[in-house]
Design a protein around this ligand. Sequence first.
Ligand SMILES: [Zn+2]
Length: 160
Amino acid sequence: MARRRPNRRAIKLHYSYTSEEAARTLGVCKGTIRRMLKDGLPHLTDQRPYLILGADLRDFLTSRKKPKQRCELHQCFCFRCQEPKAAAGGMVDYMPRTALSGQISAICEDCGTIMHKAFSAAKLALLERRAEVSFPHGQPRLSDRGKPRGNDHFNKELQA
Ligand SMILES: [Zn+2]
């Protein structure tokens, strides 16, 4: 099935829809509606099947229409602010998952929510120019990489 944009204009504001009806009205598959419910689309849960108010459905789609904003290197997407945000105090934690990549965590400078994103170890040097990166689990700083280490686990990971 071709991906189509939900047709918001087909929604009748004073109707309530089951998820099946909502899917048909919008011209999307039922999984899309399920995902929207999970993402916070308001619905009436005191009976089954759940009912979705037309007005809620329209509002939800409208609020999601914002173009996706890309995070810059030193930013993470803040789910509360719904946009890319820089780290409070310019402080970022890097938690390695493999030798090549890991996750950075930071606190949103505006609302204090903890933000995460996957990050490539190769870009850490660039990130360090824009933020203060710390390695909470005692992982070596970049300058220490490449030196022989007596750590079996680390060596095994490199060979794998
Ligand atoms: Zn925020």
